[in-house]
Write a protein that binds this ligand. Structure first.
Ligand code: CA
Length: 224
């Protein structure tokens, strides 16, 4: 799940980024209006969290331009305190929701998740491979009738592999999409998490849905 956070207050941006990452989101931060606009139109995100007061271009202008360019990514706007007109403006311009600063992180997460759920089923289709079924909107994973409990990162990894099922994906691709573009930790984090996933989706059912392709990457078997 990729979130674009457009926020120029460094400390707030950093706090929100870390919190979202702990919830399993991949977060890209832009600190100016033009950077936010560029990222929003060049890359694919599941949700955009957009501040209004930004250097270069206001959040309103960023929102107006991304909608003009037919980017329909849900947008959660961060408005200033006591800005009733701001909230109305934000919704008029095509924001999907707004949150007044200062906000609690728990509320932010709830709103972001609500926006993800609100997307149409076509935008967030249920993913499956054989008996393995993942519902991105409900954040649930099942093997047949058995509900599985995954951590946010395991969930994100499985979702990514399911979206590319039948295709061998490299560790780098996985890092870029499930961690983030600037991840600088050890690359074996992918192996470690594939191991965690196997313990939950393969081992209990005596099979191996996730194949290792040595020196290349991983492939989720098409039929589960
Ligand atoms: Ca600001």
């Amino acid at each position: 799940m990729r979130v674009l956070l457009v926020e120029d207050e460094e400390l707030l941006a950093e706090t929100v980024r870390r919190g979202l990452e702990l919830e399993g989101f991949v977060v890209q931060v832009a600190a100016t209006g033009p950077d936010g606009l560029w990222l929003a139109t060049e890359e694919r995100f599941d949700v955009i969290v957009l501040d209004i007061m930004l250097p270069g271009l206001s959040g309103y202008e960023v929102l107006r331009r991304i909608r003009t360019r037919d980017v329909q990514t849900p947008v959660l706007m961060l408005t200033a305190k006591n800005g009733d007109h701001e909230e109305a403006d934000a919704l008029d311009l095509g924001a999907d929701d707004y949150l007044t600063k200062p906000f609690s992180f728990v509320v932010l997460i709830a709103r972001v998740r609500a926006l993800l759920r609100r997307q149409t089923p076509q935008q967030r289709p249920i993913l499956s491979a054989g008996d393995l079924v993942l519902d991105p909107a409900r954040r649930s994973v099942r093997h047949g009738a058995v509900a599985l409990t995954l951590t946010p990162r395991e969930f994100a990894l499985l979702e990514f592999l399911l979206r590319r099922k039948g295709v061998v994906v490299s560790k780098q691709e996985i890092l870029r999409n499930v961690w983030d573009a600037h991840y600088e930790g050890p690359e074996n984090v992918v192996e470690v998490y594939v191991g965690y996933l196997r313990k939950k989706i393969d081992v209990p059912f005596g099979r191996s849905v996730i194949e290792t392709h040595r020196g290349v990457g991983y492939r989720l078997a098409e039929n589960g």
